[in-house]
Design a binder for this molecule. Structure first.
Ligand code: GLN
Ligand code: ZN
Length: 768
């Protein structure tokens, strides 16, 4: 029996790579220094895996920015707009080109936009989307994979296993940049280059090569399935003397099982954490020549593996296949988990004993291997840890469980239907047509950030800190009054992050010091960990919302993060269904909503920007998810009276396919990101005859650009053609946290002017 790893985090245990890249971009270190830091990270990673006793150790899993971008460079898929970086710029050409593709290039008289970035399946990692043209050619451009394999070999010998994105997933994850062709048809041109790469790696001494084909866990068309067959037949015919391992992860193979097990390859990897049930079918269908790598250690979460459970799967595979055809592995690349639990010196010892980060997960793979081969070590200690978690009073709270179990239909339904609520709310708030508001946060200036840092370090008393936040809040309120915004916000100056702020004040959450995970490029996130039943020991936002409301005669909106978003952006416990955890959070937020209502806050926004991200990869599983996700939101929103107006906010677009579920959330007002798509999204809302009020974002907050009043009126006119004017709000696309004050002020002044003009110009039949 062998062990393997599919990929290891590359940011460095102290985020060295992030810091090095940012210094390189700022011209503070040179390429040599950057490369030195990268080499050290790679060598440390390899040594760690070697020490853990892993047999097949990935190389080329390192990346300065993203592994898909690396593939594009390897295969010469470089959009034409970047040619000047190669031909006109003196410097570190390949590196400059690489970062230009990732981040855009605005130097040396050039102004080239970055490539698009999108989410890697259902993770919070973002990859750079390959761009294909009809006449796309492929040829080896970058030497990175060869160099990395050579250097891995020095340390690891033939344990070094180069990792590539497989040809079919590489094409499917990209996009066509012009009409008239389908990117999947490029497979015939692409395969010869893969053949060349694989043969070169073989000549360098590679024994195994890992080809990641996560698209095998998606719904595939007939043509896409055929592309897999064709691609791997063509590869098998033209390479020999090297073992190809196809890695699938993030879901079950389901209807692609036959296809996957019959590919002419040496080994197939399947994810048994996400989809343990697929083992039976795979074992039933697997041909005799194929080795099976079983991913039993969760590569995407922070929990200690339950050895007994994993051993059952391992034994089942071994019984059917024999030990020499089984490989034990993490479920997917460890890229998605934090690096080293040992660095968490301040965690509660009991809870820490239930957790494992990347480094610890490698040991789990190795220990499982040893147990499966007969060792009587490790199992007892693991059993104890798992049992102590299962029975822990820190985790399990009777009251919380009972309350979730007792959720009734009435808890997820507002007292009256929307038309009645709307009437009551209109009478109460007496807002003009096209009421203006913002999404919540105002610029987080350096001053505000430093304030928080000083407070955390103990350099400020909480009184000093609160007073400074109060000053910032008052200033923001005065300014909103001056320019004539209708529904004010307090600015969220007291919040570091929209999930962390809530997690810190809820029971059942913990925070790590160093549990960083790469989100994209040099950006890392440190998600909270939900370890136990969630409850709300005290009010969370009432203090700041009440304070803000007391500063003005105008309407002040309360601001909360919704249950699905809190779940989606955290590491979630794996010992109960996600929907149960979400319902616990939903009840906590519901109590907060009610507390705000009692404190006199009449308009409350519950942000759910992440609701779409949780969508399962397979279509068949989506309705169930949408059901419980929407219900959780409704539970959080339905504890209030008719005259309390509930807003929600969503961004990152693409709502067309889930519009009916957005409507089912039944928020009185939804504000959404639409400006970049020129209100295209609203077509979906119009077509669906979306019944409730809606604030389509009239300006893009992701850029410092100040939109003109005219531009915003034009957008409002478009919106009013599509939806009843009496249902329309006027607001930016999202929160203004990342912006600077001058542009924010200018843009919002224009926005208020646009709303005023809209009131005069767009009084139409839609109103009657
Ligand atoms: N209320 C949050 C803010 O304004 C919403 C952020 C988001 O949608 N991502 O910052
Ligand atoms: Zn947003």
């Amino acid at each position: 029996m062998l062990t393997q790893n599919l990929g290891y985090p590359r940011i460095g245990s102290h985020r060295q790579l992030k810091k090095a890249c940012e210094q390189y971009w700022a011209g503070k270190i040179d390429l040599q220094e950057l490369n030195k830091i990268a080499r050290t990270i790679r060598e440390e990673n390899w040594q760690t895996q070697l020490d853990a006793g892993i047999d097949l150790i990935p190389c080329n899993d390192f990346s300065f920015y993203d592994q898909m971008l690396d593939m594009s460079l390897l295969l010469g898929v470089i959009p034409h707009r970047y040619t000047p970086v190669l031909t006109q710029v003196k410097g570190n050409q390949e590196t400059d080109l690489y970062f230009a593709m990732a981040r855009g290039y605005q130097k040396d008289g050039l102004d080239i936009t970055a490539m698009e970035m999108t989410k890697w399946f259902d993770t919070n990692y973002h990859y750079i989307v390959p761009e294909f043209t009809a006449a796309q050619d492929f040829k080896i451009f970058s030497e990175k994979v060869f160099a990395e394999h050579n250097s891995a070999k020095q340390l690891l010998g033939n344990k070094a296993k180069p990792v590539l994105i497989g040809p079919v997933s590489y094409l499917l994850l990209g996009k066509e940049k012009e009409a008239g062709f389908e990117r999947i048809d490029l497979i015939k041109k692409l395969i010869p280059v893969y053949v060349e790469i694989i043969n070169r790696l073989k000549l360098q001494g590679a024994d195994w090569i890992q080809l990641d084909e996560p698209c095998l866990t998606l719904d595939l068309s007939k043509k896409e399935k055929e592309a897999f067959e064709h691609a791997y037949r063509a590869l098998a015919n033209r390479v020999s003397g090297v073992k190809l391992l196809v890695a699938t992860y993030f879901d079950a193979l389901l209807d692609n099982t036959q296809l996957a097990v019959n590919l002419p390859i040496a080994a197939l990897h399947i994810d048994l954490v996400r989809a343990p049930e697929q083992l039976d079918e795979v074992l039933a269908l697997i041909p005799e020549r194929l080795q099976l790598s079983i991913g039993v250690v969760d590569g995407r979460n922070v929990w200690k593996n339950d050895y007994e459970n994993s051993l059952k799967l391992i034994q089942k595979a071994v019984e059917k296949l024999g030990g020499d055809r089984v490989i034990i592995a993490p479920s997917c690349s460890l890229l998605h988990s934090p690096i080293d639990l040992e660095l968490e010196t301040e965690l509660d010892h009991g809870i820490k004993n239930w957790m494992a980060f990347a480094k610890q997960k490698l040991n789990e793979v190795s220990e499982l291997h040893q147990i499966a081969e007969g060792s009587d070590q490790f199992l007892q200690a693991n059993k104890q840890a798992i049992e102590s978690r299962r029975s822990s009073k820190q985790v399990h709270k009777r009251v919380v469980k009972d309350r979730v179990a007792g959720i009734a239909d009435a808890d997820s339904t507002r007292l009256s239907a929307f038309p009645i609520r709307q009437q009551v709310q209109h009478e109460r708030f007496k807002l003009p047509l096209f009421p203006t508001t913002t999404i919540g946060s105002f610029p987080q200036t350096d001053e505000i950030r430093q304030l928080r840092a000083k407070f955390k370090k103990g350099e400020l008393t909480s009184k000093q800190y609160d007073e400074a936040i109060e000053r910032a809040t008052i200033e923001a309120i005065r300014w909103q009054e001056e320019i004539g915004i209708d529904v004010l916000v307090h600015g969220e100056f007291e919040r570091n992050d929209m999930v962390e702020y809530f997690g810190e004040q809820l029971d059942g959450f913990l925070f790590t010091k160093n549990g960083w995970v790469q989100s994209y490029g040099s950006r890392c996130v440190k998600p909270p960990v939900i370890y136990g039943d969630v409850s709300r020991p005290k009010d969370i936002t009432v203090r700041w919302s009440s304070f803000a409301a007391a500063q003005t005669d105008k309407l002040m909106k309360g601001m909360l993060t919704g249950p699905v978003t809190i779940l989606q952006w955290s590491f979630v416990r794996d010992d109960q269904p996600r929907e149960v955890t979400t319902n616990q959070i939903a009840l906590a937020i519901r109590d907060e909503v009610v507390a705000l209502e009692q404190a006199g806050i009449g308009i409350i926004q519950i942000d759910e920007p992440a609701i779409r991200e949780g969508l399962p990869l397979r279509k068949a599983k989506r309705p169930h998810y949408l059901d419980w996700a929407v219900k959780a939101f409704r539970i959080s929103a339905s504890g209030v009276n008719d005259e309390t107006q509930i807003h929600t906010h969503m961004c990152y677009s693409e709502f067309n396919d889930i519009i009916e579920h957005i409507a089912a959330m039944d928020a009185d007002v939804i504000t959404i990101e639409t400006s970049r798509s020129q209100m295209e999204l609203l077509q979906a809302f119009a077509h669906f005859e979306y019944p409730n009020e809606i604030g389509p974002g009239v300006y893009d907050i992701h850029s410092p650009r100040v939109p003109s009043t005219q531009e915003m009126i034009d957008l409002l006119k478009k919106a009013a053609e599509l939806l009843p004017a009496r249902n329309l709000w006027v607001n930016p696309d999202c929160g203004l946290k990342t912006r600077k004050w001058p542009e924010t002020k200018a843009a919002l002044e224009n926005m208020v002017a646009a709303a005023r003009m809209a009131r005069e110009q767009i009084v139409t039949e839609t109103l009657v």
